[in-house]
Design a protein around this ligand. Structure first.
Ligand SMILES: [Zn+2]
Length: 454
């Protein structure tokens, strides 16, 4: 997508042409005057997220409708982009002649924050058969009762503004990454505090280590050299083989940007996103040095949670439900504990591992039971749980899907589940103990943190 999207009510059409077997959808983006006003990137970031989302679900954006600095909650506030979107949905085509098979957005509340707008939007969307609604949570069927219910729920949520904001923030991080903005967090070894300018000594060490490693030097020897030189990590740790590996295989050394352990690509071209910081080596050197390690030890494999020179290693989750389960036991004051359930070794054959609450210790569930219950939730018709696309369901069921991908599918469907404490002495395999936690107005008090791992 290109072009200026600065004023309200823009329609940005791609040229009419082939959509290459992809579903032609139109995008809608909106900023209110209070949202991220300072840098004015809101719409552009939304459109980036929209492109990624469309791509993810086999769609292509044929036109974008934009309202900049327009509130959707004020009665009578004109939104030209929204009105144009509805008009074109009614016609069935964009004004460049593309058929419209759906709408993609970063979140429902961009489209409507008032019931009247929801009704208008749904009437227009479903005025033609076979359309879809897509957002980062997945694909919805707007003709089904469930699709409409979900929209109504989103409206409820928009009105009270609960989790939507935090999701927007996490997408916001992604969009910043796509712009090549450096990671926040501790300073990476090799760069100054601004995370843009090279740290002369450290950068030299990294560059030397990369060329030594490509020439065949043991990474343990490099780490030992660094120790001898008195090098410490950015948080004071002593270098070892693993931390040196992480440093020299991080995509940032050649200017590539990773996000959540994956190399970030420009959706349109598939080329890596270049960060705004000074690189230490060229991309081919980064590829060469990565090739000297087994994939399992690479920065990208270990993900962004991997340590920089110091800190505790955070291994990738080994169980499906890790990070998704919250404790449903009651505290003394009657409130739900909502502590994270973590996987631990179990004691029985049927439960070789269990998930237990770290906070109160009063809730524990058999690992295989919880994983199975979670899998059921993902494929069930549970109210409020969006179903993953058929393609993903088929892959899951055929057994060709790895744990990491399964966890991504789960994450696309449910954010958190509540686990009800089991009944002491009961040996029954009760899947209903795991329930999705839906965002409802007034359900405050649960964590907004992302699941650990990928
Ligand atoms: Zn608990």
């Amino acid at each position: 997508m290109s072009g200026e999207l600065s004023s309200g009510g823009d329609v940005n059409n791609l040229g009419a042409g082939e959509t290459g077997g992809l579903v032609p959808v139109v995008a809608y983006a909106r900023t209110s005057d209070d949202f991220r006003q300072r840098d004015g990137h809101g719409v552009r970031y939304q459109l980036r997220i929209i492109e990624r989302t469309a791509h993810q679900y086999g769609c292509t954006v044929v036109a974008a409708y934009v309202d900049n600095g327009r509130s959707a909650s004020k009665v009578g506030a004109a939104r030209l982009g929204f009105d144009l979107l509805l008009a074109d949905l009614g016609h069935g085509y964009t004004d460049s002649g593309h058929r419209i098979a759906g709408v993609v957005c970063v979140a429902d509340d961009r489209l409507y924050r008032r019931a009247e707008d929801l009704a208008r939007f749904f009437a227009a969307l479903t005025s033609w058969p076979g359309r879809i609604y897509v957002d980062p949570q997945g694909v919805r069927d707007p003709y089904s009762q469930e699709g409409l219910l979900q929209a109504v729920r989103s409206l409820d949520v928009a009105v009270t503004e609960t989790r939507v904001r935090s999701r927007r923030v996490s997408d916001w991080h992604w969009a910043r990454a796509a712009e090549g903005v450096p990671h926040s967090g501790p300073r990476p070894f090799g760069w100054q505090e601004d995370r843009l300018t090279l740290h002369p000594e450290e950068a030299k060490l990294v560059e030397q280590a990369i060329s030594d490693r490509i020439a065949g030097k043991a990474v343990r020897a490099i780490a030992a050299d660094w120790c001898d030189l008195g090098v410490t990590g950015t948080r004071g740790g002593r270098p070892n083989a693993q931390t040196v590996t992480q440093i020299i295989t991080a995509p940032r050394v050649c200017g590539y940007r990773a996000n959540r352990g994956e190399l970030l690509l420009i959706p349109e071209t598939g080329q890596p996103v270049h960060g705004q910081w000074e690189p230490i080596v060229m991309p081919d050197q980064w590829h060469s040095v990565c090739a000297t390690f087994s994939p399992g030890s690479l920065y990208l494999h270990r993900g962004s949670g991997a340590p920089r020179l110091t800190g505790q290693k955070r291994p990738a989750p080994r169980h499906l439900a890790t990070g998704f389960l919250r404790c449903g036991a009651r505290r003394h004051d009657g409130a739900m504990c909502l502590g994270a359930l973590c996987a631990q070794k179990g004691r029985s054959k049927t439960s070789p591992y269990v998930y237990s609450c770290r906070s109160c210790g009063r809730c524990s569930i058999s690992g295989p039971l919880a994983d199975e219950a979670l899998e059921r939730l993902v494929f069930s018709e549970v109210r409020g749980v969006a179903k993953p696309p058929q393609l993903l369901r088929d892959r899951w069921r055929s057994g060709e899907m790895g744990l990491e991908e399964k966890r991504k599918v789960v994450a696309s469907v449910v954010t958190r589940c509540i686990v009800r404490p089991g009944v002491k002495g009961s040996a029954s395999w009760d899947h209903s103990r795991v329930e999705p936690l839906l965002e409802r107005p007034g359900q405050a008090g649960w964590s907004h943190a992302e699941p650990t791992g990928p």
